[in-house]
Design a protein around this ligand. Structure first.
Ligand SMILES: NC(=O)c1ccc[n+]([C@@H]2O[C@H](COP(=O)([O-])OP(=O)(O)OC[C@H]3O[C@@H](n4cnc5c(N)ncnc54)[C@H](OP(=O)(O)O)[C@@H]3O)[C@@H](O)[C@H]2O)c1
Length: 258
C-alpha cells in the first residue's frame, strides 16, 4: 500500500501569548500542523482564525494533572505521533525575602515544573511514535538565562528553571536510543506580557518574534542548548565562571544599583 507520510506535527504549550504564540505562528507559516495549548480559548482562537486547516487549539490548565490527562487523551485521539514538542508554558513571580511566603513558589512551580511534567507525560509516547514515520522527534524545554546565576528575587523562578533543565538533560541520557533529540532553551529578556511587570532595566531585550526566530533556528540545527542574545550570554557566562563569592558580590552590587 502506498501511504503518504504523516504531516509534520508540532505541539506548543503556552501558545496563547508571547514567545509561544510567535513559535506557533512561525511553525504554522511553515505549513506544520500545530497543536496550540493554553488556558485562554479566546487567544488561541486568534491563531486558529489565521490557520484554520493547520491549527488545533487545546484549552487546558497544564498545572492540573487531571486537566492535562484529559487534554492528553483528546490529543491522542487526534494525532498518531509528534515530530516536535515545545514545553514553553510558564510564569514568573519574584520573591520578597523580607516577607517570605509560599505563594510565589507555589504559583511558579505549579506551571513551570508541574505543568512541564504533566505535559511530558502525554507527549513522550507521541514523540516515541515519530520513529514509525522514519523521522527523529524533538523535545524542547524553555528554561531561562536566569538558571545560570543566583539572580536577586528569583529564588522561585530560578529554581523552577534549573529543575526543568535537569529533567531535560537527564532525559537526554535515558532517551539516547529513542530517536528523540532534546533541546534546552535559555532566552534572555523578551518583551512579552510576562516581562511587562518587571520594574528593572532589561538589557539586550528582544521582541517575541525575534526570540521565536532564534529558538526555531536552534531547533532546526537540533542544538542541545540554545542561548540568546549573545551579548547577554557573554556577560552572564563571564560572571558564571567566577567563584561563587565573587558572583554573589557582583550580583548584590548590580541589584543595589537598580
Ligand atoms: N519573556 C522573557 O523574558 C523570558 C525569558 C526567559 C524565559 N522565558 C520563558 O518563556 C516562556 C514563555 O514566556 P513568555 O514571556 O512568552 O510569557 P507569556 O507571554 O506570559 O506567556 C506564557 C504562556 O504560558 C501559558 N500558561 C501559563 N500558565 C498556564 C497554565 N496553567 N496552563 C496552560 N498554559 C499556561 C499562558 O497561557 P494562558 O494564560 O492562556 O494559559 C501563555 O500562553 C516561559 O516559560 C518563560 O519562563 C521568558
Amino acid at each position: 500500500m502506498n501511504s503518504s507520510p504523516a504531516p509534520y506535527t508540532v505541539l506548543i504549550t503556552g501558545a496563547s501569548s508571547g514567545i509561544g504564540y510567535e513559535l506557533a505562528l512561525g511553525y504554522l507559516k511553515q505549513g506544520a500542523r500545530v497543536l496550540a495549548l493554553a488556558r485562554s480559548e479566546q487567544r488561541l482562537a486568534q491563531l486558529v482564525a489565521q490557520f484554520p486547516e493547520l491549527c488545533l487549539p487545546v484549552t487546558v490548565d497544564l498545572s492540573s494533572a487531571e486537566d492535562s490527562q484529559r487534554a492528553g487523551e483528546w490529543i491522542n485521539q487526534q494525532i498518531q505521533h509528534l515530530d516536535l514538542a515545545i514545553l514553553n508554558a510558564g510564569t514568573c513571580e519574584y520573591v520578597d525575602v523580607a516577607n517570605l511566603t509560599r505563594e510565589p513558589f507555589d504559583k511558579v512551580m505549579a506551571i513551570n515544573w508541574q505543568g512541564t511534567l504533566n505535559t511530558l507525560l502525554f507527549c513522550l509516547p507521541l514523540l516515541r511514535r515519530c520513529k514509525e514515520q522514519g523521522r527523529r522527534a524533538q523535545l524542547v524545554g524553555i528554561s531561562s538565562m536566569a538558571s545560570i546565576l543566583p539572580m536577586p528575587r528569583s529564588q522561585a523562578y530560578g529554581a523552577s528553571k534549573i529543575a526543568v533543565e535537569y529533567l531535560f538533560n537527564s532525559l537526554r541520557v535515558d532517551l539516547a536510543s529513542a530517536a528523540i533529540d532534546i533541546t534546552v532553551v535559555r532566552p534572555g529578556f523578551v518583551k512579552t506580557p510576562l516581562t511587562q511587570r518587571n520594574d528593572f532595566s532589561m538589557p539586550f531585550e528582544q521582541t517575541a518574534p525575534m526570540a521565536a526566530s532564534n529558538i526555531m533556528q536552534g531547533i532546526n540545527k537540533r542544538k542541545w542548548l540554545v542561548q540568546f542574545p549573545w551579548p547577554l550570554v557573554l556577560v552572564m557566562r563571564s560572571i558564571a565562571v567566577l567563584p561563587l563569592r565573587a558572583q554573589v558580590w557582583l550580583l548584590q552590587k548590580i541589584s543595589r544599583a537598580q
